[in-house]
Design a binder for this molecule. Structure first.
Ligand code: C5P
Length: 307
């Protein structure tokens, strides 16, 4: 990359949790997790462009639900630019432009994806030459899902989700997503999960062995049957209609149906393109979701584009 580079673009996928086991609340307020992430082919695009010295950070957002995305220091991509500037010992004079295709507040880690993209792109723009390990550390400080979005593929996440280990996984998986135009707040869903479990003994989170075996052999039918999310009852408690959305998928013969992360997006694993199309039609006709998206997984994590 020449030193005169003025602009760098990264594309970053969305994630779903094939399994999300939520353990007890820790002293830092986070929940101990054991999760299996998969990166899926819905992408946000993050472009960082040099600004004049002393200009600071600015941000614009285009695409789906762009109005719902804050363009200030509360945006994780903004925070990512600030931490890379500090590492590179430079002033954060940069414009960040995000093109959104990942649902906003949808349980697919769209905000974390933008942070991962900004980390990668700013590293190149400012020639910070961060080691992969340091980049993952900074990612973890920004948010629990950010390291996985740098990693991509299929991976196990532990601790609060930020400790990533590649999973032995074969096969390509066809996903259909039922979208909602009303996002869900992640802290609210975790709080509801705690409320629903009041008085119950909360055990340490576990990775389901059956899911790992199914991924190892690359059997979508078994993977579908093993999809699990401890946050699902909480998301349904806040949005009861999500139960009906999941039911549509099961009735249509999906191999598996699960709320994605903290929701409200619902993810359906299907056998092939034909099944994906049939389910997309049923979901659209139901009037219960604001849109339908399709993607394959696993895909690579955040990467730079040539432009
Ligand atoms: O790490 P991240 O900023 O994505 O987390 C957002 C919120 O989700 C946290 O503030 C917390 O309320 C909840 N969370 C949690 N336990 C985790 C991950 C997230 O309670 N392991």
């Amino acid at each position: 990359m020449p030193s005169s580079t003025t602009s760098v673009t990264a594309v970053v996928p969305a994630k779903i949790n094939l399994a999300l086991s939520v353990g007890p609340v820790r002293v830092d307020g986070f929940h101990e997790l054991a999760t299996v992430y998969q990166a899926v082919g819905l992408y946000d695009e993050v472009t960082v462009t040099r600004r004049n010295p002393g200009s600071g950070i600015s941000m614009t957002v285009a695409g789906v639900e762009a109005d719902a995305v804050p363009c200030d220091e509360t945006n994780l991509a903004w925070q990512a630019a600030r931490v890379v500037a500090a590492e590179a010992d430079t002033d954060p004079d940069v414009h960040i432009h995000i093109v959104k295709r990942i649902p906003v507040a949808g349980g697919m880690a769209g905000g974390s994806a933008d942070a991962a993209g900004a980390l990668l792109a700013c590293d190149i723009l400012w020639r910070a030459s961060l080691h992969r390990e340091r980049m993952l550390e900074l990612a973890a400080e920004l948010g629990s899902d950010v390291p996985f979005l740098l990693h991509g593929g299929t991976a196990v996440g532990t601790s609060r989700g930020e400790c990533i280990t590649s999973a032995m996984a074969r096969g390509a998986y066809h996903w259909v997503f039922a979208l909602s135009d009303r996002g869900l707040s992640t802290p609210r869903v975790y709080a509801e999960c705690d409320r629903l479990r009041t008085g119950a003994k909360v055990v340490e989170p576990v990775i389901p062995a059956g899911l790992m075996e199914a991924l190892l052999v690359g059997d979508p039918k078994r993977v579908g049957a093993e999809l699990a999310n401890d946050l699902q009852p909480a998301a349904i408690s806040i949005r009861p209609e999500l139960d009906m959305v999941l039911e549509i998928g099961r009735d249509a013969g999906a191999l598996g149906a699960v709320v994605s992360g903290s929701g409200p997006t619902c993810a359906f694993l299907v056998a092939d393109d034909e099944a994906a199309l049939d389910l997309a039609v049923s979901l659209s006709a139901s009037g219960l979701c604001s849109g339908v998206a399709r993607a394959e997984g696993p895909v690579a994590g955040a990467r730079l584009t040539d432009s």
